[in-house]
Design a protein around this ligand. Structure first.
Ligand code: UT7
Length: 333
C-alpha cells in the first residue's frame, strides 16, 4: 500500500463586516495613511465589534463556509483544531465549542497556541493525525479576535492587527499530494519582545494592571521585525534546498502577513517573482493565526492540482517555521 500523505481538500474563511481603515485610525491615534501604507502595506483591517462574540464566532463561520462550499458532512469530522492566540476564555477550549456549533458531534477538539505560527504548527499536527492512518477528516481552523487584546491608543500595535478566520480540511491522499516537509522552530528568549503580560498565570489580571493597560499586547516592533525577516527567509530557503526545489519549481509562497516588508524580504531571499507571492495584508492586516488560511481562501481559484506551495510564518514566543505542501485539487475544472 502506498504511503498516506495529508492533503488539504477544502478551504473556508470568514472576516467580520466592520472595516477599520487607515483614515479612521488617523482620527484615533497620531498616525497617517502614508506612514502605515509604506511601513506595513496595510490599508484596512476587519474588526469583530459585537459584544459577547469571541474567536469562536469567527472560527464557526469559517468552518461553516468550508462545509457549505465542500458539502462536507460535519458528523464525519473526527478532530477539530482551533489554532489561536485569543481563545474565547480560559479553561474551556474554543475548539470544543466550535465543534459542537458546527455539528461536528463525533469529533474531539482542542486549541493550539503558538502566536502567529499557530496555524503553521497546526498543519504539522493535523498532518501527523492523518498520516497515522487512524484519522481521515481533520478540520484545522486558524482564528483570532486580535482586537480583544489591542490598545486602540497605542499606535505601535493598533495599526497592525485585525480579526478573521480561515479553515482547511485535511484528508488522506495516496497519490502523494499534501504535506511534504517541514522545519518548525521556537526560541523562548524572544518572548519579552512580543507579549500581553497580564491576564495569564504568571501575572493574573489586577485592577492596577488593567488600569495601566498591561493586559494589552506590547511589541518591540524593530526587534520582532529583524527576527521575522531573518528567520522566515532562512527556513524558507532551507526547506527548498533540502527538497531540491529552485524558485522555478515553486508556484506559490504563502507567507504570514505581518508586514509587507517582511513578506518582500522572504520572497527576495528565495528569489521568487512577486506574482507567485500570496498577499492580502492590505485588506486584513495581521490576523495572527488566520493569515495563512485566509490567503488560501483568497487564492483558492488560482491554485492547481500539483502546485508546489511554501508556507512560512514567524510570531511571538518566538515561534517560526516553514512547510512545503503540494496542492491536491483544481477548483475550477
Ligand atoms: O506577526 C507577528 C510578529 N509581528 C511582526 O512581525 C511585526 C514586526 N514589526 C513591524 O512590522 C514594524 O516594526 C512596525 C510596523 C511595528 C513598526 O515599523 P518600524 O519601521 O519598525 O517603525 P519604528 O517602530 O522603528 O518607528 C519609526 C518611526 C518612529 O519615529 P522616530 O522615532 O523615528 O521619530 C516612531 O515613533 O515611526 C514612528 N511611528 C509611527 N508614526 C506614525 C511608529 N508607529 C507609528 C505610526 N504612525 N503608527
Amino acid at each position: 500500500m502506498s504511503k498516506i500523505s495529508a492533503a488539504i481538500t477544502a478551504v473556508g474563511s470568514y472576516v467580520p463586516d466592520y472595516v477599520l481603515t487607515n483614515q479612521i485610525l488617523e482620527t484615533m491615534v497620531e498616525t497617517n495613511d502614508e506612514w502605515i501604507t509604506t511601513r506595513t502595506g496595510i490599508k484596512e483591517r476587519r474588526i469583530l465589534k459585537e459584544e459577547g462574540k469571541g474567536t469562536s464566532f469567527l472560527a464557526i463561520n469559517a468552518a461553516k463556509n468550508l462545509i457549505d462550499k465542500s458539502g462536507l458532512n460535519p458528523e464525519e469530522i473526527e478532530l477539530v483544531i482551533v489554532a489561536t492566540a485569543t481563545p474565547d476564555m480560559k479553561a474551556a477550549a474554543t475548539a470544543a465549542f466550535t465543534a459542537s456549533e458546527i455539528g461536528a458531534t463525533n469529533a474531539f477538539a482542542f486549541d493550539l497556541e503558538a502566536a502567529c505560527s499557530s496555524f503553521l504548527y497546526g498543519m504539522s499536527v493535523a498532518a501527523r493525525y492523518i498520516e497515522s492512518g487512524k484519522y481521515t477528516k481533520v478540520l484545522l481552523i486558524g482564528a483570532d479576535k486580535n482586537s480583544s487584546m489591542i490598545n486602540y491608543e497605542d499606535r505601535a500595535t493598533c495599526i497592525i492587527f485585525g480579526d478573521g478566520a480561515g479553515a482547511v480540511l485535511f484528508e488522506p491522499d495516496q497519490e502523494g499530494y499534501g504535506v511534504q516537509d517541514e522545519i518548525l522552530r521556537s526560541d523562548g528568549s524572544g518572548r519579552e519582545f512580543l507579549q500581553a503580560t497580564y491576564g495569564g498565570s504568571s501575572y493574573p489580571s489586577t485592577v492596577e494592571a488593567i488600569k495601566e493597560g498591561r493586559h494589552y499586547v506590547f511589541q518591540d516592533g524593530k526587534t520582532v521585525f529583524k527576527n521575522a525577516v531573518f528567520n522566515m527567509a532562512d527556513v524558507s530557503e532551507r526547506i527548498m534546498r533540502r527538497n531540491n526545489l529552485t524558485n522555478e519549481d515553486i508556484n506559490w509562497l504563502v507567507p504570514h502577513q505581518a508586514n509587507q516588508r517582511i513578506i518582500d524580504a522572504t520572497a527576495n531571499r528565495i528569489d521568487l517573482d512577486p506574482s507567485k507571492v500570496m498577499v492580502n495584508i492590505y485588506k486584513y492586516g495581521n490576523t495572527t493565526s488566520a493569515t495563512l488560511p485566509l490567503l488560501l481562501a483568497d487564492y483558492e481559484d488560482q491554485l492547481k492540482k500539483g502546485d508546489k506551495l511554501i508556507f512560512a510564518a514567524f510570531g511571538g514566543g518566538f515561534t517560526w517555521g516553514s512547510i512545503y505542501l503540494t496542492w491536491a485539487y483544481t477548483s475550477k475544472e
